[in-house]
Design a protein around this ligand. Structure first.
Ligand code: UDP
Ligand code: MG
Length: 319
């Protein structure tokens, strides 16, 4: 029996890119006759004709499965839905915009079947075509993440990776609602082979991530995998206690030896503002964690599916 490979493709407004993605992927699949493939297109509540294109592809090719969400739930939810519904012995995530070159698939399969790896992941060596501020901030984020969480998230790592069934089951066992898949990949462990490639610009359409969304994504990652910010608040508090003690001694001895000239209101106001700013900042940080606890306890599904061509007995409508 030849093994089944599931390719999970989150799609949000990818009407133009999807047919191109299908063509290229098909081309690669044809070079791998030893495997069966299924393509799981997860339409993340697109507002354009993505669902129509997905249905057309499904009508043409029985290997194409699609799931369509009731609204836009975000890429993380789309990836999770794909994982839940994939039945392959090997499973891969791929972007619909061809920024994850399907040409790497044969190499990834070899890594898993012959070289004894549990996952083969792609990382881009360059960030050509990406804004300078954007790539600078991304690099800062990855180094901060690695320092704060003691977990290795490789620079330029993409979500594009091929995984074994055991690896996928491990990912599915992590049932948290606030998912930061890049961190989960690292958390589950296993042996991962990194494959470097030059950045490819998206074939059609435009990026779905604004700066604000990327910032939120980064925050999600740090909070999901590190409690260091919480201790940061107490560290800062301790430091301020120390400084204020020194300040007190200074004021006391100055008054003792030089008298007490009443001055320094402006500096007092500045210190007050600074200290209360720090307090609010720390409170906000605690709030961020509390918010995650709140979201997790509600245990709302990560996605709601509106339509799909998956067989009913396998289909997971809500995740
Ligand atoms: N995507 C999604 N839901 C979203 C945003 C993006 O499913 O809310 C998909 C998108 O269709 C694409 C992939 O996630 O297949 C990566 O998105 P994009 O190319 O916009 O991100 P970038 O490559 O610019 O980081
Ligand atoms: Mg992209």
């Amino acid at each position: 029996m030849s093994k089944l490979v599931s390719l999970i493709v989150p799609c949000y407004n990818e009407e133009q890119a999807l047919p191109l993605f299908y063509e290229q992927t098909l081309h690669i699949i044809e070079q791998l006759p030893a495997y069966n493939f299924e393509l799981i297109l997860v339409d993340d509540g697109s507002r354009d004709g993505t669902l129509r294109v997905a249905k057309e592809l499904a009508a043409r090719d029985a290997r194409v499965r699609f799931l369509s969400f009731s609204r836009n739930f975000g890429k993380e939810s789309a990836m999770y839905a794909g994982l839940l519904n994939a039945s392959g012995d090997f499973v891969a995530f791929m972007d619909a915009d061809l920024q994850d070159p399907p040409a790497l698939l044969p190499q990834m399969l070899t890594a898993l079947t012959e070289e004894g790896y549990d996952a083969a992941a792609a990382r881009r060596q360059t960030r050509t075509g990406e804004g300078r501020i954007r790539s600078f901030l991304s690099r800062r984020f990855y180094s901060m993440m690695n320092r704060l969480t003691h977990m290795e998230i490789v620079q330029g790592a993409r979500d594009f990776r091929l995984m074994t069934r055991a690896y996928v089951n491990a990912l599915l066992a992590l049932s948290e609602r606030c998912r930061f898949t890049k961190g989960l990949f690292s958390w589950v462990g296993f042996r991962t082979k990194w494959i470097s490639y030059e950045n490819v610009e998206r074939v059609a359409g435009e990026t779905k991530w604004s700066m604000t969304q990327l910032f939120r994504y980064a925050l999600e990652g740090i909070i999901a995998f590190s409690v260091a910010p919480l201790s940061f608040a107490s560290l800062l508090g301790t430091a301020f206690c120390g400084i204020s003690l020194l300040g007190f001694l200074f004021v006391f001895f100055r008054a003792l030896f030089c008298g007490d000239p009443v001055a320094g209101w402006p500096s007092l106001v500045c210190i007050l503002l600074f200290a209360s700013g720090i307090q609010l900042f720390s409170l906000g940080m605690v709030g961020q964690y509390l918010a995650r606890v709140y979201t997790e306890t509600k245990r709302r599904p990560l996605y709601i599916c509106r339509e799909s061509n998956l067989p009913e007995e396998k289909f997971v409508r809500m995740g």
